[in-house]
Design a protein around this ligand. Structure first.
Ligand SMILES: Nc1nc2c(c(=O)[nH]1)N[C@H]1C(S)=C(S)[C@@H](COP(=O)(O)OP(=O)(O)OC[C@H]3O[C@@H](n4cnc5c(=O)[nH]c(N)nc54)[C@H](O)[C@@H]3O)O[C@H]1N2
Ligand SMILES: Nc1nc2c(c(=O)[nH]1)N[C@H]1C(S)=C(S)[C@@H](COP(=O)(O)OP(=O)(O)OC[C@H]3O[C@@H](n4cnc5c(=O)[nH]c(N)nc54)[C@H](O)[C@@H]3O)O[C@H]1N2
Ligand code: SF4
Ligand SMILES: [Mo]
Length: 744
């Protein structure tokens, strides 16, 4: 493993300081050739093709196995999402497999929730406890009083359990705390949410506009590869970010926008494009409605209007607008992903979607394309699923969030505090989510947890959320288990298999087994008629006419390529009721919202406070990887980015703040996190500070990660709900900086 570690250090150095690196147009910039260096490490005596679970992108990997140990993980060249390359996290998955702190046996709580005192028990004892806990809630309150929170591909077994159980309360923080507003914005404009992986053609774009999407730190593998490819072919970047991100370091234009004002910039860009007739008039005439209203709406939203709001000079707004328009239709406005920022996020996504329409990039090469999906037969379960009388409990009693396309995880949490929602939830099943870090307002999450009758979590590590559970079930890591087939919609349609590379260590079990046993303990075995995941998957593959042995050897099946854009012969597809791109949204107007995006000022913080922004580090997936000793080498803890000018004269400091000093962050409500190292830099505006999410872990049993760095989640005591889809804008907290320890 030693060579790989050295590579990691290189990558970490490159990626963390990437903004100031000058290098050629290769994916090397982004650290993606991690496993493509001269000496590839130790080859195994056999190789198992599976897909990665260190984040949700699901890249195909080849796990080398020798003497029963995974020795090396490389990208599967045949898998469309990895194309032979992995990001550093994927290559470092053995750091999770061999993490000494892994959950090893089932645990049952012995003291109060949150005190994290457990007893190791047998699977039988743990499952009996789960069965009793769930059945007790069902008897008293009905099946709908049980909620499932889930993230990651193994969650499918537990979603199936919930169908059999009869509860619609299945939510994921990866919607209302992540991509939800974007899905709503594109749904309203084009009639379809974007989903994952995003259907965008970065590789063929000539100008790529990133509104906060910090690709290069956000390491979604294929997008980063395509970005490197596009830049290699001469594409240029426009980056809008209060922080000089890795991508900003490669950009033709960096617009250091005042946080929370992007809608004003987007309206001003539209103003320039419309006033100067730089938009695609022919395309809009055929495919869009509401152009005249849009023109009238932005007529006074000039660059001069936007300047005092955004802090971006009018000349720069004008010049960048012309530049973006010059490459249309292959001018891609990246839709973003983690878009729950300020509570007006659906409207910001709408503004981005409208801009994409002015550029004529929906349905066009280098813009938004239409992905294909391989058909896959379901495993048929003879018994019909029960349907209870109650609807989902994620909305307030007064109704609300009309465009929510998925269940609101934070709403399920609210519904667990008596009296909040349509009805009260009494038990949680938590699969692969650390709700203590993922939901806004930790206080509310803990209040909800303390009110529940029963909590079970299924995890690979003793994460914070496990400390609040009654029963903790240790899952085998992705390298030790089979799961369902992955068949996402993608430009190149494909199927991919999750297959066990080595047997489960300790007393951990795969998710399919845990879900099946849970079902057995509550009398629902009839819904789980398969022997194991392999039998389940093989049946689905056989039903589709696939040669199972061949698929298992390769780990991936490629479907017939489909035309994805107009240039390939596919007419522009718009799925709204009107079959037109809705520049003006009648649907929003009917619901009482702005039919065209408006800019409203955000509240400012108290004096001496800085807006808290958050993002990703290339070598980590939030809290999933912070205990991974391999990935910790290049990036052992997060740092708080503080503007250099601000650092020279921070209130309460008798010296300038220096990089390496340790500080506490204290928010407007007195919540504290730290001590965390300061990173004093010119690469961020003076009105905000920045933290990578996932650190500041309170779980004591994560012996490496415990107490390292600071937690943005701990400082998110306030949030602003997007009234259109229920997302929780979290960039609305402000912190002051208190010195803890000066760097010697
Ligand atoms: N304050 C703040 N909140 C945020 C964000 C932020 O930046 N700041 N980001 C938001 C975003 S973008 C998202 S997508 C959500 C994500 O939030 P979550 O849905 O909670 O997802 P993760 O943080 O990936 O969940 C990590 C948990 O999964 C466990 N895990 C890892 N691998 C496995 C496995 O194979 N099996 C099982 N059973 N468990 C596993 C880990 O040990 C850990 O406990 O959080 C959102 N919340
Ligand atoms: N390495 C790695 N990659 C990941 C993940 C990971 O954990 N690790 N997580 C994945 C997941 S689940 C998601 S959702 C994505 C998230 O990644 P992205 O969708 O790229 O988005 P964010 O994390 O919201 O964006 C953070 C960036 O937005 C900037 N920003 C903050 N406020 C504003 C603002 O008001 N305006 C503008 N224009 N910019 C602003 C920040 O400075 C930062 O650079 O990353 C994915 N990729
Ligand atoms: S992007 Fe990285 S961590 Fe995510 S699935 Fe791919 S290799 Fe794994
Ligand atoms: Mo996310």
């Amino acid at each position: 493993m030693s060579l790989t570690r050295r590579q990691f250090i290189q990558i970490g150095g490159a990626a963390v300081g990437g903004g100031v690196l000058a290098s050629g147009p290769t994916s090397k910039w982004w650290g993606l050739d991690a496993n493509r260096v001269e000496d590839p490490g130790t080859d195994g005596d056999h190789v198992v093709a599976t897909f990665c679970e260190l984040c949700f992108w699901g890249c195909g990997v080849l796990a080398h196995v020798k003497d029963g140990r995974v020795t090396k993980i490389v990208g599967n060249p045949e898998h469309p999402l990895s194309r032979g390359m992995l990001c550093p996290r994927g290559a470092g998955a053995t750091g999770l497999l061999y993490d000494p702190d892994r959950l090893k046996k089932p645990l049952v709580r012995r003291q109060k929730r949150g005190e994290d005192v457990f007893e190791e028990v047998s699977w039988d004892a743990a499952l009996n406890r789960v069965g009793d806990g769930l059945l007790d809630v069902k008897r008293k309150y009905g099946p709908e009083a049980v909620a499932l929170f889930t993230h990651g591909s193994g969650g499918s077994w537990f979603k199936h359990f919930m169908k059999a159980w009869g509860s619609p309360n299945v939510g994921a923080p990866s919607y209302a705390q992540c991509r939800g507003p974007r899905e709503a914005g594109y749904l309203l404009t084009y009639g379809t949410p974007l989903g994952s992986p995003e259907p965008i053609d970065i590789a063929n774009a000539r100008v790529i506009t990133l509104i906060g999407s910090h690709l290069g730190e956000n390491m979604h593998n294929t997008q980063v590869q395509e970005l490197a490819e596009a830049v290699g072919k001469g594409a240029q970047l426009v980056v809008v970010d209060p922080r000089f991100s890795v991508a900003a370091g490669k950009a033709r234009y960096w617009l250091p926008i005042k946080p929370g004002t992007d809608i004003a910039l987007l309206l001003a860009w539209m103003n320039v494009m419309l006033a100067e007739k730089r938009y695609d008039a022919e395309y809009l005439a055929s495919h869009a409605m509401g152009l005249d209203e849009l023109k009238a709406h932005v007529a006074d939203k000039t660059p001069e209007w936007a300047y005092p709001i955004t802090g971006i000079r009018p000349e720069l707004i004008r010049e960048s607008a012309r530049f973006i328009a010059s490459a249309r239709p292959a001018s891609l406005v990246h839709p973003g992903r983690h878009t729950t920022w300020y509570g007006d996020d659906t409207q910001r996504a709408r503004a981005m979607a409208i801009l994409a329409a002015l550029l004529g990039s929906w349905g066009r090469r280098g813009g938004y394309v239409s992905p294909g999906k391989m058909a896959l037969a379901p495993f048929s379960v003879a018994k019909p699923f029960p349907h209870g009388p109650k609807g989902v409990a994620d909305k307030p009693k007064s109704g609300g969030y009309p465009i929510a396309g998925e269940v609101i995880a934070s709403g399920l949490c609210d519904a667990s505090v008596p009296g909040h929602a349509l009805y009260d939830l009494k038990a949680w099943i938590i699969y692969g989510c650390n709700l203590i870090q993922a939901l806004p307002s930790r206080k509310q999450t803990i209040t909800a947890l303390q009110n529940l009758d029963f909590v079970v979590s299924i995890d690979v590590l003793p994460a914070e959320i496990c400390g609040y559970s009654d029963v903790v079930l240790p899952e085998a890591t992705y390298l030790e288990r089979d799961d369902d087939v992955a068949a996402p919609a993608y430009k190149q349609p494909f199927l991919a298999l999750r297959q066990e590379a080595v047997p489960p260590m300790y007393d951990s079990k795969p998710g399919w087994w845990i879900a099946k046993e849970m079902a057995a303990h509550v009398g629902l075995s009839a819904y789980f008629p398969w022997k194991d995941a392999r039998e389940y998957v093989d049946a689905r593959l056989r039903a589709g006419g696939h040669d199972v042995a061949q698929v298992r050897a390769k780990g991936v099946v490629l479907g017939k390529p489909v035309p994805t854009c107009e240039e390939e012969g596919l007419p522009v597809q718009v799925a709204t009721d009107s079959k037109k791109i809705e520049l003006k949204s009648e649907q929003l107007a009917k619901l009482g919202f702005d039919a065209l995006p408006q800019y409203y000022p955000q509240e400012e913080g108290p004096p001496g406070h800085f807006r808290l922004l958050t993002g990703r580090a290339p070598t980590h997936t939030f809290g999933r990887t912070v205990n991974n000793r391999l990935l910790a080498e290049p990036y052992p803890e997060n740092e708080v980015w503080v503007n250099a000018g601000v650092a020279r004269a921070l209130p309460g400091f008798d010296h300038p703040l220096r990089s390496g000093d340790r500080v506490w962050l204290v928010n407007q409500d007195g919540a504290r996190s730290g001590p965390v190292k300061a990173k004093v830099t010119e690469r961020i505006r003076g009105d905000c500070v920045y933290l990578v999410h996932g650190w500041g872990q309170t779980a004591k049993k994560l012996r490496y990660a415990h107490g390292r760095g600071a937690s943005d989640a701990e400082l998110v005591t306030r949030y602003k709900i997007d009234p259109i889809m229920g997302g929780t804008g979290m960039n609305v907290n402000f912190v002051r900086i208190e010195v803890a320890e000066r760097f010697a």
